[in-house]
Design a protein around this ligand. Sequence first.
Ligand SMILES: *Cc1c(COP(=O)(O)O)cnc(C)c1O
Length: 397
Amino acid sequence: MFVSERIRAIKPSPTLALNAKAVSMRKAGVDVISFGVGEPDFDTPAHIRKEAVRAIEEGFTRYTAVGGIPELKNAVIEKFRRDNNLNYESEEVMVSCGGKHVLYNLAQATLNPGDEVIIPAPYWVSYPPIAVLADAKPVIVQTRQSEDFKLSPEAFEEAVTPRTKLLILNSPSNPTGSVYSRSELEGLAEVVLRHDICVVSDEIYEKLIFDGKAFSSIAQVSDEVKAKTFVVNGLSKTYAMTGWRIGYAAGAREVIAGMTKIQSQSTSNPNSIAQRAAIAALNGPQDSVQAMVDAFDERRRYLIERLNAVSGVRCNMPGGAFYAFADFARYFKETPEGVRIGGSADLCEYLLTGARVALVPGIAFGQDDFMRFSCATGLETIKEGLDRIEEALGKLG
Ligand SMILES: *Cc1c(COP(=O)(O)O)cnc(C)c1O
């Protein structure tokens, strides 16, 4: 069978093989504990589910406007005004089938062959392939744990070339949980304005933020910066709605129109029923969000304390999202059976087979010394998982 060059250009996710292995171990009856989950372990709140049922019963089951029904676009506009003090018009927002789909449409609508997209590492796994699928070139800029994995204006500017089109920022970050402050964003914005670059600001974890910190978007820095920013957000994480597939974008109307055109020829509108549920989520009571943040906060504190108590492991306290990104390079050595652990993927394999614990290797996010832990699992499970990891690491000496 023949496949396209495009498909050849994309590497399979290094996490997939491990995931498949964890799944088959579970099927075989092994009780695998998973820190790999990338979605909240909570149910979609009841009032959102009810609105979806109502939509079905009312027969709201046909094609809708491609970029989302006006009521949902209004709810999105109102959300930006209320939460971020950002004003957008209807032609400046659109709704897609999840935040990932927004990013895909955005890349297709803005990038030409050979254009460069600056992506700070560690990065969300889908950013580089989304750029590659638009025939663009991902330019990875490494950040340091000692700088809380944040891109500095200097490192950003050094990576800029005449071909640079986009910078992708993700705050709070998956996988590190780092949150950019207003002044840090101002520093990056200066570089953006000095060059002809736009920013993609992935704000999907906006609401999952700890210690009462306020969220800042780079679009808030000034009107000039807002004009060069595409905000990407969605319902998946905030409202535990990963399966519903609703995400949204805000930015320059020419690009939003382009993204809508691409969507019209690929997926058409996002699911009609999920759109109605999304209106209920954005306009309805927000107390479920706080309850989820409180649960993640408790797990985060426990997880980070335990991780830093493991000899040689270092983990920063995440300011948001529900992940921890910990340095495990000290355990890249030989197993008692004489198998060499050469990096994060090998260590994952060792912990999966040796400790029945599933993690995502840092290499999937562009930093091989690290392992990503998700807190989207109960506190008791986190405890048991860490006990198993400690025991298995102990055997490595
Ligand atoms: C989960 C996630 C998304 C998008 O998720 P959707 O379900 O497609 O809305 C986007 N960016 C990051 C960093 C994520 O972790």
